[in-house]
Structures are given as C-alpha cells and as structure tokens.
Design a protein around this ligand. Sequence first.
Ligand SMILES: Nc1ncnc2c1ncn2[C@@H]1O[C@H](COP(=O)(O)OP(=O)(O)O)[C@@H](O)[C@H]1O
Ligand SMILES: [Mg+2]
Length: 637
Amino acid sequence: MSMDRVAWSSLYNITRASNGSKPFSKELLKRVFGFARPHRSRLVAFVLLSIVMAVLAVATPVLAGQVVDAIIAKADAGTVIWLAILIAVVAVAEAGLGLVTRWLSSSIGEGVILDLRTKVFDHVQKMPIAFFTRTRTGALVSRLNNDVIGAQAAFAGTLSGVVSNVVALALTLVVMLNKSWLVTVLAMILLPIFLLPARRMGSRLAELRREAAEHNATMGTQMTERFSAPGATLVKLFGRPDEESREFALRAGRVRDIGVRTAMLQFTFVTALTLVSALALALVYGLGGWLALGGQLAAGDVVVLALLLTRLYAPLTALSNARVEIMSALVSFERVFEILDLKPLISQKPDAVESPRGPLSVEFDDVRFSYPSADKVSLASLEDVSTLDTRGGEEVLHGISFRVEPGQTVALVGSSGAGKSTIAQLLARLYDVDSGAVRFGGVTPGKGVDVRDLTFDSMRETLGMVTQDGHLFHESVASNLRLARPDATEEEMWEAIRQARLEAMIRSLPDGLDTVVGERGYRLSGGERQRLTIARLLIAQPRVVILDEATAALDSTNEAAVQAALGAALEGRTAVVIAHRLSTVRAADAILVVEDGRIVERGTHTELLAAEGRYAELYRTQFNEATAVAQEAVPEL
Ligand SMILES: Nc1ncnc2c1ncn2[C@@H]1O[C@H](COP(=O)(O)OP(=O)(O)O)[C@@H](O)[C@H]1O
Ligand SMILES: [Mg+2]
C-alpha cells in the first residue's frame, strides 16, 4: 500500500467513528451474535484467512530484506532469483486470498442484512393499524434501510477490520522489534503526536457529515412531498413557491459550504499523516543507516524496517477508532431491535379456527373499547415527537350491543365522532375490544365465534370493508383487484367490474386491466376509484360487508353510480353500513343511532321517526343537508 492510500484509509477509519459512547448490555451483544450464528462457518473461515493474509503481508518486506542482504553478501544469482519467485508467489497468493476474504466478508454482511430486513419487514407487517396511524412512513423506511445497513457494517467492516488489523499490527511489530527495537520505538513515538489532533478532527468531520445528512434529508422530504401530484396541487393553490425556493436554496448552500469544509479537513488530515509517516521513514533510514554503518544492523534489516513502517500506521489509526466504530454499529442494531421488540397488539391465536360456513350473523356483545395510547403501539423516534403521548386510553365505546341477522343490513347513524368508524374497525378486527366480544355466526345470541379466535386468513375471507378513501396501490387494475383474491380469473374480474358499474371505464383505459392506476389511484376520479375498491370487495365475495361512509366524498353523479355498485355489494350479505345518505339508511333492516359511544336508539326508519327522538332530529338536519350538498354536483379537481 502506498503512503497516500494508507493516509486515505486511515481518514476513512477515523471519521467513521461518530456516535458518542454508551455502555451496551451483554444481552444486546448476545442478540447481535445470534444474527451471526447462521454464518458461523464462513465467519471462522474469514478470521483464519485474515490471519494468513496478515502473515503474507509481513512476508514480502522480510523477503525484500533478504534480497538486499544476499546482494551485499554477493551470494549467487540462484538465491536472488528464488527469493524473487517467492515474492511473486506471495503476491499471487495475497491477491487470490484477498478475493476470497472479500467474498466471505461481503456475503456475511449481506446475509445479515437479508436476515434483518426480512425480519423487520415481517414484523412491521404484523403491527396493528394503530402503529401506522402514528408513525411517519419516512422515519420507518429509513429505519428499515439505514439502520439495517449500519448494523451490517458491524460484520462486514468492523469485524474484518479489527481481526486483520490486530493480527497485522502484532506481526509487524514483532518483526520490527526483532530487527531493531530502538528504531521501532523512535519511529512509533511520532504517531501519537499526530493521532491526538486527528481524533478531534475526526469527530468534527463526523459532525459536519451528520449536519449535511440532516439537510439532505429535509430537502429530500421537501421534494418528495411537494413533487407528488397532490402536494404539487396544494402548493399551486396555497403555497408560497418563492419562500419554498428560498428555504431550499439556503439548505443547499449550507450543504455546499459543508462540502468544501469537509474536503479541506480531509485533505489536511491526509497531508499531515503522509508527512508524519514520511518523517518517520526519514528517521528509519537515518538511524537505521547509521546503525548499519556501525555494523549493528544488516542493510537488509533497514529495508525491512522501512517497508514495514508503512504497514504500521493504517492498522494503528484504524484500531484507535475500533471501539467507537463498534459502538455505532451496535447503536444501529439497537435501533433495529427496538422495532423488532414492539409487540403486535393483535395476533393470531395458536389454536385459531375458521369462521363457520354459510351465511353469518354479526354480534356485538357489551363491547367497551379505548384506543391504545401511543406508548403502547409506537416509538418516539418514529413519530415527530421526543416523548410519547401516554394520554389517550379514554373509553370511546361504552357497552355496545347489537345483532345483525344473516343477510340483513344494519345502518349506523350519529354525529361525527360518535364512534361509528370505531365499531366498524372492531368488527374488522383492526383493533381488539377491551371487554365484551365481537362474534360471527351463531343462531342463538352469544354462540358465535369470537373474531379473536379466527385465523387471519379466515377473517380476510369472511369480511370486506369499503371506506371513504378507498386506497389503491400504484399497480395495474388487475393486480389491485387480485389483492382480494390472487387466483381470480379474468372473467371473474370483469364480472366484478360489471357489477361495480365500471365496465365502460376500464374498457376505455389504454391497457385495459393492465393499466397502472397512479399512487392513491390519482389518475382515477374519486367515484371511479371508489367503484374499483367495490369491485375488489366483490371479487373477494365476503359474507360480511362493512361500508364506512363509502359515498361521503363523492359528488352526486358519481354517487349514483357508486350506490348502484354498492347495491350489488350488499346483496345477500350481512352488512353494517355507515351512511350519510338517507336512501341507504331507509333501506336498512334496522337503524342504530350512536352518540358518544352508546347506542341511544334503535328501530326501523318509520319507528324511529315516529319516536321523535335523536333520529328524527338527525333526519331533519344531517340527512337533508347531506342530500342538498350531494345534489349540487361539485366539479371534480
Ligand atoms: N386512531 C384513534 N386514536 C385515538 N382516538 C381516536 C382514533 N380514531 C378515533 N378516535 C376517537 O374516537 C372517537 C370516535 O371516533 P369515530 O369512531 O371515528 O367516530 P365517527 O366515525 O362516528 O365519526 C372520537 O372521539 C375520536 O376522536
Ligand atoms: Mg367515521
């Protein structure tokens, strides 16, 4: 390695050390090594090869010294040629083994990444909806990417670095001290003079890098938010583009300044280290040469000392930072484990069953529920706050009981915030009840299957839900539909599309079923998107259907088509419908009026109107208003 490359790799080592130190528990280390266990045999091979490599690295200078000694002793040409061949063999072996160790360390490192990534992904998928409603997606994705990679560095970089550096350093020192302890000690003294200011510079560099990363991240968020279709619309309508540009330019300018400063600091470091080792080299030649002249040292030994000296500084600077480096890798592991340790609040029981066959009833039995507080479902570092809200936990449903007979439709009405959507989410088991039960099936009350006893698969098969903001993935129409049933045939898809009143629209799309619908289905109108989510529900053929204000966000032209589609969705199914539209409510077999987490009235439309209670009041205010608004045919954006 040339002196310059030594200096650069030392710089790399010294600046990778960043995070402050912090004690780590034995459990953490044990867990980290748990991830290494599957790669055990490769790890052992790697460590052994690193040792062999270190030995080879010392062999070349020693052989070179012997060449010089042979020349001075005027030995025969054969000896020199043999030594040269040996040097060549060592070089070839070094190259070959270098490839193998490189392959080992990267396959171990990437293997650990793979294990961690898939584990975290699986785990996050199991997290309850409550977790996702609280978490910033960006923070979560960065945790999945950056920290997993940081954790990998522990195996690929640090581990290999420490092992091979310790071996290389020890061997080099032994050989050097053996040749001349005086020269070695004096040459080594120069190093601390350099290392101390270098450490300070390393932490300054790390600081700068962190600041630049922060600015880059903020600029990234700004761009992804502003340059999406809904974001750009918002900026066009309300934004202050000049101000946004100014802020962006300010950050970009700071990143430029940091870039220049970093480059200068790095160059100073490299120059200083190169200078120090050049001075040490001068010392070796001067002192060693003087000793050789006095006969206390062989000429070849001077060469050995000089060559080995250049191999001394890189491992020394690397090792002086190894502790901090290991720390920062462990921090990454800790941050990944933090996610793995979040308990999924909703899980499938080991002895979970399938839902009963045939038409199903739905039953709420004295259900009480409060939303879990933030500290139960989330991590402060994934939200935009420093400490988690421990509030919440106030009960929002206070003893809800009702029953929907197979094939019947129950409508939930009530003012906003009454708890209707909460009831829907409990029925879909997006949350679990605090007390009481939600059951499917059963002719006699109380005899059905608790949703908590069902398998997730059976739950998905049994129940379908359409909400106000039907979400579509940024994928083709077909794959959005197949989400509900992967084995749906093309005919089945068209049948569902026909029932959802979407046939003409889909046929007019450039690629038909293979047309990609934009992120959040942006390229479809609200009504079309909603009908596509209804088609998705129809494909799944669920026996129980929940509609939560499925038409609330639509104008009247669209609403008529969606209503027709919903008619198909409800036919012959057990349904819970939350509607703001009178016609839907009136057609229901029973109406429940929910207020403040309680059912305050129940009956049919005519019964409830006659009772002159809360429903009659709602009927006069909310429904008439909603109908009026819907009739105004709001133009689409
Ligand atoms: N994810 C949530 N976390 C905490 N509280 C919530 C959450 N969602 C709704 N709430 C609260 O629960 C109550 C019922 O809300 P919701 O069921 O959405 O009402 P509705 O659908 O009848 O308008 C409201 O007080 C609301 O603030
Ligand atoms: Mg709601």
